[in-house]
Ligand binder design. Structure first.
Ligand code: SF4
Length: 514
């Protein structure tokens, strides 16, 4: 039984209160947590509760949790541009197509440079250690995203760098007052960060007096934007940006435009880590090893950069890029909060995807997000799953599904499942039947997203399934009353699977400086 989460008997769904939050008063008291930002800040209940569960944010001045998670983009219009007035998505022909750098032709497999020490094979103690290290790194990264208190600043000779991107308007207002500025300056900064022309440097904060900008620079305050290092575009409009971070590491972010029922959509597939320690056998990112977690500003910037590139607003965000989001929970939640409140992405338009990290679903449930949790299964039994996802050895399928069930009971949010179809490995009708039975046994017969595999180098054992096999798999699931959809493959030419563009553009898997 999860201890950090208030469970709802019989799986009943709690009604949302007037603020749109699923919290009840007793929950609020339970999850009150502290977040300081050069003083005391109020953060969303969602982020606050999970961070509280993680034992973070408790060392500084306490503040009450604010309850105003938003469900719909329409409830949070952009400060300057209404969504209905968004310019149309640019046609693929307008988008720059990068050179292939001789490392891989569009549509073909890409090079997979390997980090030292990363090996195929069974999950081992070294892997478990790397996972632990990445979780510790997530805590440190989170701590660095919080402004130091005035006392801490006085004690340090050189203030550490601090990034404004990823802060909510309330936090920025507090930032302003802590710096002796009127509160409205915080709103002005928010408009500069999340408006139609997102700024890149403190000098670009032109509504602030020059003297204020100079003071901010002296205090080592930065905007926190990443540089667009390369762009790859597909004929269907999908566009992948390779972003260079401040330490020269690189991550990918993908923009996927689509039109549904006459409405334009732009989905951002964002990364949560530089690399990934989970080593899924079919994944280009997993082949390259893990470097570090992304900070909130680096996650939010991916969405802002895509909006800039496409010239339109992002409508949906999926945490399905490089990295395992549930190894970086505190920073993913902070970014989620800013994306929801300031960038205007409705919570129900945000999906967090995971292959499963033991203990993390409980923490996520404590956040009571209105977002979708997508769990990658990729196999209907433990033995096969473990051969595809080595980390499944440490978190067996049975335990993972039990936790999914608990997650539903605790949050009232149905878990959806991802299933990458690998020809001749996990795509038979019998396996579809086995999967349906498994989900029914666990009372989890919710939506299954089928993803035909995209080829990557160093994973020659896997092939893309035939169209007929994909449709048959879906039909079997649906005949057993498990709703299923086939994810349309987008941007194969842009090296669509996570990690492929990064691998195509660099010899060193983690660094773009060479
Ligand atoms: S599929 Fe996701 S969790 Fe697995 S190695 Fe790739 S990035 Fe990591």
């Amino acid at each position: 039984m999860w201890e950090n989460v208030r469970l709802v008997a019989g799986g009943a769904v709690r009604g949302a209160n007037s603020t749109g939050s699923n919290f009840q008063s007793s929950d609020v008291e339970k999850v009150q947590s502290s977040f300081t930002f050069w003083g005391a800040f109020a953060m969303s209940a969602a982020a606050a509760s999970t961070l509280s569960a993680l034992g973070l944010g408790g060392s500084r001045a306490r503040s009450r949790v604010s309850l105003c998670a938003r469900d719909s983009p329409s409830t949070r219009p952009h400060p300057r541009v209404s969504r209905s007035k968004c310019p149309p998505v640019r046609a693929a022909a307008d988008v720059e197509v990068p050179p292939t750098d001789g490392l891989g032709e569009p549509g073909g497999p890409t090079q997979v440079p390997r980090a030292f020490g990363v090996q195929d094979g069974e999950w081992n103690e070294l892997d478990a250690k790397l996972v632990e290290e990445s979780q510790s790194d997530a805590r440190l990264t989170y701590e660095r995203s919080i402004l130091p208190t005035a006392d801490e600043l006085l004690q340090s000779l050189a203030p550490p760098k601090f990034h404004l991107m990823g802060l909510t308007k309330d936090e920025l207002k507090r930032f302003a007052t802590e710096n002796g500025l009127p509160t409205f300056r915080g709103k002005q900064i928010a408009d500069h960060l999340y408006g139609p022309k997102p700024v890149r440097t403190v000098d670009d904060l032109t509504t602030l007096p020059k003297a204020v900008r100079e003071t901010l620079k002296e205090k080592n305050v930065e905007i926190g934007r990443s540089e667009v290092h390369h762009i790859a575009a597909a004929t269907d409009g999908t566009c992948k940006l390779l972003l260079k971070l401040a330490d020269d590491r690189v991550v990918e972010t993908v923009g996927i435009p689509a039109t549904e029922n006459g409405k334009n959509r732009l989905t951002a597939c964002v990364s949560s880590q530089v690399g990934c320690p989970m080593r899924c056998t079919f994944c280009a990112t997993g082949k390259g090893g893990f470097a570090r977690n992304l900070a909130p500003h680096e996650i939010v910037d991916q969405v802002v950069s895509l909006e800039e590139h496409f010239g339109t607003r992002v409508t949906n965000v999926v945490f399905m890029g490089m990295g395992e989001p549930l190894l970086n929970v505190p920073n993913v939640l902070r970014a989620h909060d800013a994306l929801n409140r300031e960038v205007g992405i409705g919570a129900r338009h945000i999906t967090i995807s995971t292959v499963g990290v033991r203990g993390s679903l409980e923490k996520l449930a404590a956040a009571q997000l209105q977002s979708t949790l997508a769990v990658s299964l990729h196999a209907p039994d433990q033995e096969l799953r473990q051969s595809i996802i080595p980390s499944a050895k440490a978190y067996p399928l049975n335990d993972l599904l039990d936790d999914c069930e608990q997650y539903f009971v605790a949050t009232g949010r149905r878990v959806t499942f991802e299933y990458t179809l690998l020809a001749g490995v996990n795509d038979s009708p019998e396996q579809a039947e086995q999967l349906a039975r498994l989900l029914y046994t666990k009372k989890l017969a919710s939506h299954v997203n089928l993803i035909p595999y995209n080829a990557v180098d160093d994973a020659e054992q896997f092939k893309r399934p035939t169209r007929a096999a994909v449709f048959e798999f879906r039909d079997v699931l649906e005949s057993m009353n498990v709703p299923a959809s086939i994810r349309q493959t987008r941007g194969l030419e842009a090296a669509a699977a996570c990690g492929q563009l990064r691998n195509a553009f660099q010899k060193d898997p983690m660094d773009a400086s060479g």
